[in-house]
Design a protein around this ligand. Structure first.
Ligand code: ADP
Length: 395
């Protein structure tokens, strides 16, 4: 008896809800915790079917569950805890964990259900899940901003190293210029110095012929010094990205004839510059100044690197494929081993001897041609001379 009182006190004071039903599903007892959970008074539920505490579809199927168990003896929930949904009197549904045990008492089966409210646990789980996904979002956001920062840093690094590379290249060019200038300036400067002292002498003796000879020499030396400085300025401007092609329509034949006329004056001894054009069209759309610089550079080289008696051919051609300008000479040629680097700044072949030069002209030509979207190449042999070809697309 004492045991029964103890048991009843335990059931009454249990934190979890405890409900007993008979084998037809009729509620026989309900403890205060279960009443609180479902918001019923005991008299409202005792004697009624347990289905009233379940939402559909379980409510409609509960009787069948019990019947199945009775006929097959196979439990679906008995002995196993399961998470289900409870239905409160006001229709509110709440999550709960239900454990059912079968008790044989006084010759009949009684089912006791132990109900643990999962509302708080589910809320906590939900909060945790939300917090986790918020954290994930935060991590994703931070990762993205970190990646953006890394990318920006990378771009800045590339920019800095590009600038640095440019600086290094520029200072390398300037160093090479100094080396070249100290070498190439010496000849015209000492020639000027010598001519000046001779002029003094010829002036005293009134030797007009020698006077004008040395004045001419000074003029030539100044021209070649100016040419060296100009070449360096052109390269410097190209390096600084200050040069761009500014195309216009002009007559290539008129243009070439003008150049021939000027260049013939600079040719040595019996050097003959001959021009020929092929193709019906004569108009081109190129940068006149850049092209003039290219052609005069090539002809100057042909003059410089050929003997006193020779022919230098300037040929132009315009057809459907494009416009071609070639300069051919039968001078000293370019040794095979020097040909690979010929368009590099300050590069000179090893057969130039004491022919003056800076090694800048061809570098300027190649870069100007690229600015006009053309290509420059050459073939050369020490036996047959040199042929430079500039090709431009027709537009
Ligand atoms: P440079 O002032 O030395 O002539 P360039 O850049 O114009 O400089 O030419 C580079 C080098 O290419 C020359 O030093 C020379 O070795 C070689 N070169 C250029 N044109 C000719 C040519 N027509 N015949 C032989 N060598 C040439």
């Amino acid at each position: 008896m004492e045991n029964a009182a103890l048991l009843s006190a335990i059931v009454k004071n249990a934190i979890d809800g405890i409900i007993t039903i008979d084998d037809l599903g009729t509620i026989e007892s309900i403890n205060p915790a279960a009443c609180k959970l479902f918001d019923y008074f005991p008299e409202e539920v005792v004697g009624k079917n347990i289905a009233m505490l379940m939402p559909s579809p379980h409510a409609g199927k509960h009787d069948q569950y019990l019947k199945n168990y009775k006929t097959t003896g196979k439990p679906s929930i008995i002995g196993v805890g399961r998470e289900l949904v409870g239905l409160r009197k006001d229709g509110y549904q709440f999550p709960m964990k239900l454990g059912v045990s079968e008790v044989q008492y006084a010759g009949r089966a009684i089912f006791a259900g132990f109900i643990h409210d999962l509302t708080q646990q589910k809320l906590d789980e939900e909060r945790l899940k939300n917090y986790a996904s918020h954290l994930e979002e935060l991590v994703e956001e931070r990762t993205k901003s970190l990646n953006d920062t890394i990318e920006a840093l990378q771009t800045a690094k590339e920019k800095v190293s590009h600038t640095l590379e440019k600086q290094v290249e520029l200072s390398r060019l300037k160093n090479r210029f100094l080396a070249m200038a100290s070498h190439e300036f010496r000849t015209p400067l000492s020639s000027i110095q010598l001519s000046v002292s001779l002029i003094e002498k010829y002036f005293e003796s009134g030797d007009g012929i020698n006077l004008s000879k040395h004045l001419f020499k000074i003029k030539n030396s100044v021209t070649s010094l100016t040419a060296i400085l100009n070449d360096f300025l052109y390269v410097d401007n190209l390096e600084a990205g200050k040069v761009s092609a500014s195309n216009s329509h002009f007559d290539l034949v008129e243009f070439a004839e003008g150049i021939i006329e000027e260049m013939q004056l600079l040719a040595k001894g019996n050097q003959n510059i001959i021009f020929a054009h092929s193709g019906i069209r004569t108009k081109v759309y190129l940068d006149k100044n850049l092209l003039r610089n290219c052609v005069t550079n090539l002809i100057t080289n042909a003059i410089k690197y050929s003997g006193d008696t020779c022919c230098i051919d300037l040929k132009t051609q315009i057809n459907d494929q494009g416009c071609t300008v070639t300069v051919h000479d039968d001078g000293i040629g370019i040794p095979l081993e020097n040909q690979e680097h010929l368009f590099e700044a300050f590069y000179r072949a090893n057969n130039t001897g004491n022919i003056p030069g800076t090694g800048l002209g061809l570098n300027i030509v190649a870069r100007y041609v690229v600015l006009m979207k053309g290509t420059a190449h050459f073939t050369s042999s020490q036996a047959q001379g040199t042929l430079f070809t500039l090709t431009f697309p027709i537009s």
